[in-house]
Design a protein around this ligand. Structure first.
Ligand code: F6R
Length: 634
C-alpha cells in the first residue's frame, strides 16, 4: 500500500475458497502461554464459537491438549484442575462445518504418537485420499476432521523421512489441496513452532524475545504493534530467542516484512458498554468522521478518494458497475447503487456474491466491480472477485480489515477505517460502507460532469455534518429502549422503505432477525399491496422509514393502507414531521438531511431497536446463535 487511505495491493490468490471460520492463537516466549492464549481466544471468539481447545508444552517436555465443547469459558472450566504450565502453546476456537461441534472434533489435534499437536483454520479437500494412505500405514483416527489427517501426515513424513518439523510441514503441505492456516507444536522441540498459511489469514506479532500468532491482530495488539502478515503458501518458523524465518512451500526464502499495527487496545474493549454492539452503534459519529477524514475536505467542500483518483479512467469508461457483497454489505451496495446511478449515471447491478459466482454472469473487461466486505474475508465475495478478475474486470474493494484477502485481491479500493467490529451484527461498518460508496458516487459524478458543481458542493457540505447528526439521533436511545419492551411479544416484524430507504428497511429487518431471532422482512413500501399486506393485523408491528424525501406522500399513503388494517406503526420521520407522526403508534425522528444521506441516519434507530429488543429477550447480542463474524465458508 502506497497510500494510507486506499487499497493498492494487487495479488492474485488462486485457491478454492472453502474455509472454516475458526480462530487461531499461538505464543512462544518467556511468559506463561496459557493466559495469553485464553485471552486471545476470547478476543477471537466473535469469529466462531462452538468449541475451543489449547495445547501447551510444559517444563517436562510434555505436550498437553485440552478441549471443550462450547465457548472459551467452557474450556477454562475444563482445565481448572489441569497442568496448564508452559511458555509455548497454541489455541483454537471453532465454528464447525465438518464434523459436529464436540470435544473430539475440537482442535488442537494430536498426531498418532501424541508428540505433535496442530490447530487449523481451513479445509483439506483431499483429506479422504490422504487419510486412506495413512490408514494403510497403520494410523488410526479419533475425530471426523480433515485437520487430524494433516497432523498425522506431518508425523508420518517426519518419521519416515527422518526430517525436522519444518521440513515435514513443508512436504505435507505440498501434498495438500485446500485452504489452511495451521500451527504445529512438537513436544520434542519445545523451543519452536511452525505455522503456515494458504487462504486463511495468519498474523505474527513480534515482541521482545517472544512471538504471538493469531488469525487476526486482535489477540496481539495488547502485546506489540509490530506484525508480519503471513503470505499465501508461506511457512513460518518461530524459534525461541531467534529471528523469524519464512520460506514458501516451494522452498523460496522470504524476508519477513514487519508492519506497524494500526489498532488500539481500547478498540477491542467494551469501554463501559454492556455489549460491543451497543458500543459500536454509539461509535458511529466518530467512525464516520474517521471514514471521511482526509477524504472529505469541509473547508474546500471537496472529496478525495485516492483509490478512485489513481484509477479514474476505469470508472469514467465503465459501461456498467457491478456491486457484489453479502448480508449487510449487500444492503450497503444497494444504497451505493442508488447514489452511483443518481450522480454518475452509470448503470449499476448489485449481486449477492454467492449467486453471482455460481451462475454464468456476463462480465466485460470494461466493467468495474465493487466488492464490499467488512471482514475482507467473506468466501463468496472473494470468489466473486476472482471470477470478475478472470474476466478482466477492474476490482475496487470497499473493506474494513486492512490487509485482508479481498483488499489484497482487489486492484484498488477504499478502506472504511472504522476499527475492529467485534459485535457479530454489523453496524458501524455498514454506515461507513454507505459513506464510502456515496463519496465514490459523488466523485465519479463530478468527474463525469453528470453532477452539477452546485449539487456536489451541497451534498459534500451535508456529508460533513452527518457525524453530528448521528450524535443527535443517538439521543433517542432511551426512547427506543422503551419501545423495545412493547414489542418483545411479536413473532414477526415488517420493515418498509422506498428508494434509498428500501435497503435500510431490509437492513433493519436483518438486524432484528439475527440478534433477537424474531422473523422480520424488509419490503419496498409500495409492494405491500401486492401480497404482504395480507399479513397485517393488530399484532403486526410495521416499521416505516418515512423521512421527508421524494416519495414522502407515497409512503404516507402506504401507511394509511396499513393503518386501515390495524397494523402497529413505528415510524422513522424527519424532525418536525407531524403527519406521519400522528398516524404512528410510535415515532422516532432523525435530523433533516439530503435524501441520499438519510440511510446514514435512519440506520441508527433501527440498529438500536433491534439491539434493545434482543436485550429484553435475553439474547446473546454480540454472539447470536449460529452466526460468525467472518463467513469464510461458502
Ligand atoms: C449482518 C452481518 C452479515 C455480514 C455478511 C458479510 O449484521 O454482519 O450479514 O454483513 O456476512 O460480511 P462481510 O461484510 O465481512 O463480507
Amino acid at each position: 500500500m502506497n497510500k494510507k487511505d486506499d487499497i493498492c495491493i494487487y495479488f492474485f490468490i488462486n485457491f478454492e475458497f472453502k474455509k472454516i471460520m475458526c480462530g487461531i492463537v499461538g505464543y512462544i516466549g518467556k511468559r506463561e502461554a496459557y493466559p495469553i492464549l485464553i485471552k486471545g481466544l476470547h478476543r477471537l471468539e466473535y469469529r466462531g464459537y462452538d468449541s475451543a481447545g489449547v495445547a501447551l508444552i510444559n517444563g517436562k517436555q510434555q505436550l498437553n491438549v485440552y478441549k471443550a465443547k462450547g465457548k472459551v469459558a467452557d474450556l477454562e472450566h475444563a482445565v481448572e484442575s489441569k497442568d496448564i504450565s508452559g511458555t509455548i502453546g497454541i489455541a483454537h476456537t471453532r465454528w464447525a462445518t465438518h464434523g459436529e461441534p464436540n470435544q473430539v472434533n475440537a482442535h488442537p489435534h494430536y498426531s498418532e504418537s501424541e508428540e505433535l499437536a496442530i490447530i487449523h483454520n481451513g479445509i483439506i479437500e483431499n483429506y479422504a485420499v490422504l487419510k486412506q494412505g495413512l490408514i494403510e500405514n497403520g494410523y488410526s483416527f479419533k475425530s471426523e476432521t480433515d485437520t487430524e489427517v494433516l497432523v498425522q501426515l506431518i508425523e508420518h513424513i517426519k518419521k519416515t523421512d527422518k526430517t525436522d518439523l519444518q521440513t515435514a510441514v513443508q512436504l505435507a503441505l505440498n501434498q495438500v489441496v485446500g485452504a489452511y492456516a495451521i500451527v504445529v507444536l512438537d513436544q520434542n522441540n519445545p523451543d519452536k513452532m511452525v505455522a503456515a498459511r494458504k487462504g486463511s489469514p495468519l498474523v505474527i506479532g513480534i515482541g521482545e524475545n517472544e512471538y504471538f500468532l493469531a488469525s487476526d491482530a486482535t489477540p496481539i495488539v495488547e502485546f506489540t504493534d509490530k506484525v508480519v502478515y503471513v503470505g499465501d503458501e508461506e511457512i513460518v518458523h518461530l524459534r525461541r530467542n531467534k529471528e523469524l524465518s519464512i520460506k514458501t512451500i516451494g522452498n523460496v526464502v522470504k524476508t519477513p516484512e514487519i508492519k506497524k499495527l494500526e489498532m488500539t487496545l481500547s478498540q477491542l474493549e467494551k469501554g463501559g458498554y454492556p455489549h460491543f454492539m451497543l458500543k459500536e452503534i454509539f461509535e458511529q459519529p466518530t467512525t464516520l468522521a474517521t471514514s471521511m477524514r482526509g477524504r472529505v475536505n469541509i473547508e474546500h467542500n471537496n472529496i478525495t478518494l485516492a483509490g478512485f483518483i489513481d484509477n479514474k479512467e476505469r470508472f469514467l469508461n465503465a459501461k456498467r458497475i457491478i456491486i457484489t457483497a453479502c448480508g449487510t454489505s449487500w444492503h450497503a451496495g444497494l444504497i451505493g447503487m442508488h447514489a452511483i446511478e443518481e450522480f454518475a449515471r452509470i448503470p449499476v447491478v448489485v449481486e449477492y456474491s454467492s449467486e453471482f459466482r455460481y451462475r454464468s454472469p456476463v462480465i466485460n473487461s470494461d466493467d468495474v466491480v465493487i466488492a464490499i466486505s467488512q471482514s475482507g474475508e467473506t468466501a463468496d465475495t472473494l470468489a466473486a472477485v476472482e471470477l470478475a478478475k478472470s474476466h478482466g474486470a477492474f476490482i475496487y474493494g470497499v473493506c474494513n480489515v486492512v490487509g485482508a484477502s479481498i483488499p489484497r485481491a482487489a486492484h484498488s479500493g477504499s478502506y472504511t477505517h472504522v476499527g475492529p467490529e467485534i459485535g457479530v451484527a454489523s453496524t458501524k461498518a455498514f454506515t461507513a460502507q454507505v459513506a464510502v460508496l456515496t463519496m465514490l458516487a459523488l466523485m465519479i459524478g463530478r468527474e463525469k460532469g453528470t453532477l452539477s458543481q452546485e449539487r456536489y458542493l451541497q451534498i459534500v457540505a451535508e456529508l460533513g455534518k452527518i457525524p453530528e447528526k448521528i450524535k443527535e439521533t443517538l439521543k433517542q436511545d432511551d426512547l427506543l429502549a422503551e419501545f423495545a419492551k412493547t414489542f418483545t411479544y411479536a413473532q414477526n416484524f415488517i420493515y418498509l422503505g422506498r428508494g434509498y430507504n428500501y435497503p435500510i428497511a431490509m437492513e433493519g429487518a436483518l438486524k432484528l432477525k439475527e440478534i433477537s431471532y424474531i422473523h422480520a422482512e424488509g419490503y419496498p413500501a409500495a409492494e405491500m399491496k401486492h401480497g404482504p399486506i395480507a399479513l397485517i393485523n393488530e399484532e403486526m408491528p410495521v416499521v416505516v422509514i418515512a423521512p421527508h424525501c421524494g416519495t414522502y406522500d407515497k409512503v404516507v399513503s402506504n401507511i394509511q393502507e396499513i393503518k386501515a388494517r390495524k397494523g402497529r406503526i413505528i415510524s422513522i420521520v424527519t424532525e418536525g414531521d407531524t403527519i406521519v407522526r400522528d398516524m404512528s403508534d410510535y415515532s422516532i425522528s432523525i435530523p433533516a438531511t439530503e435524501e441520499c444521506l438519510v440511510p446514514l441516519l435512519a440506520a441508527i434507530p433501527l440498529q438500536l431497536l433491534a439491539y434493545h429488543i434482543a436485550v429484553v429477550k435475553g439474547r446473546n447480542v454480540d454472539q447470536p446463535r449460529n452466526l460468525a463474524k467472518s463467513v469464510t465458508v461458502e
